[in-house]
Ligand binder design. Structure first.
Ligand code: ADP
Ligand code: MG
Length: 259
């Protein structure tokens, strides 16, 4: 579903601020893979996800999504394949618009009809059903402005909007890091539920080793712009934080990972 072959990315090349962010990333995801990504600050996790999304062109290497070479496709064309949720609850939804208007935009993405003809009764009914899955009572607040929601409610809504069209690939970049632990756990549960139900292929960056171990069928670790660890199958199922720390000789503080 996703094949990344030897991608390199250096920011601000030739200047005093030159930074080699990706140094030969190779990664292949089969359909239905749910891969968690850990690694220290600056390891290249976000840059990898941004490279896949086409936020900037890579310097070299190749990116394929579902067999299509997207390496030279602009971001807006790749968006058709992708769902994305970022760390910041303020991104991903339009604060000044209602919950139902946000959902309408997500569902009508890629169609010529945007909001011009308003929202119909059957559509509203569909939104209610979709929102009920979140278990947050948002189905009774269809016209509430998204800006009035809590961070957790907003991330849950963003997640719903990112997955409602069943993207080929779901990119999650520390999407629960800004939430309190209880809300983060709830949004993670929801993430897991949606990925399993819709058989989505997903990449989830987290700085929380427990979350990286608990979720997904595969765990990778990045360091210095490369994938340095790739654990899957039975080994992943039995993995413990202690194993990660010992096996790969990781200094927890240096890696800035939390247990
Ligand atoms: N747009 C950018 N311009 C310049 N440097 C960047 C940019 N994005 C990321 N970097 C640098 O690239 C490196 C990798 O960053 P990033 O992928 O965000 O790390 P991570 O998400 O693993 O913490 C870091 O040193 C970061 O400062
Ligand atoms: Mg990051």
């Amino acid at each position: 579903m996703l094949t990344i072959t030897n991608i390199h990315k250096t920011f601000n090349k030739g200047t005093i601020n030159e930074k080699k962010a990706l140094n030969g990333v190779d990664l292949h995801l089969d359909e239905g893979d749910f891969v968690t990504i850990i690694g220290g600050n600056g390891a290249g996790k976000s840059t990898t996800l941004n490279a896949v999304a086409g936020v900037f062109p890579v310097d070299s290497g190749k990116i394929e999504i579902d067999g299509v070479d997207v390496t030279n496709l602009p971001e807006y064309k790749r968006a058709a394949y992708l769902g994305r949720v970022f760390q910041d609850p303020m991104m991903g939804t339009a604060a000044n618009m209602g919950i139902e208007e946000n959902l309408a935009l997500a569902l009508r993405r890629g169609e010529r009809r945007t909001l011009r003809w308003g929202i119909t009764g059957p559509e509203r009914e569909n939104y209610r059903h979709l929102l009920e899955q979140l278990g947050l009572g948002l189905e009774d607040r269809l016209t509430s402005k998204v800006g009035l929601l809590s961070g957790g409610q907003r991330q849950a809504l963003t997640l719903l909007m990112a997955t409602v069209k069943k993207p080929k690939l779901l990119l999650l970049d520390e999407h629960t890091a800004a939430l309190d632990p209880k809300t983060a756990a709830k949004v993670l549960e929801l993430t897991d539920k949606i990925i399993a139900r819709d058989h989505l292929t997903a990449l989830m960056v987290t700085h929380n080793m427990r979350h990286a171990i608990e979720y997904g069928n595969r765990l990778i670790m990045m360091h210095d712009g490369k994938v340095v660890v790739d654990i899957r199958g039975e080994e992943k199922k039995h993995l413990q934080v202690r194993d990660l720390l010992e096996k790969f000789n990781i200094d927890n503080d240096r890696m800035l990972l939390s247990e």
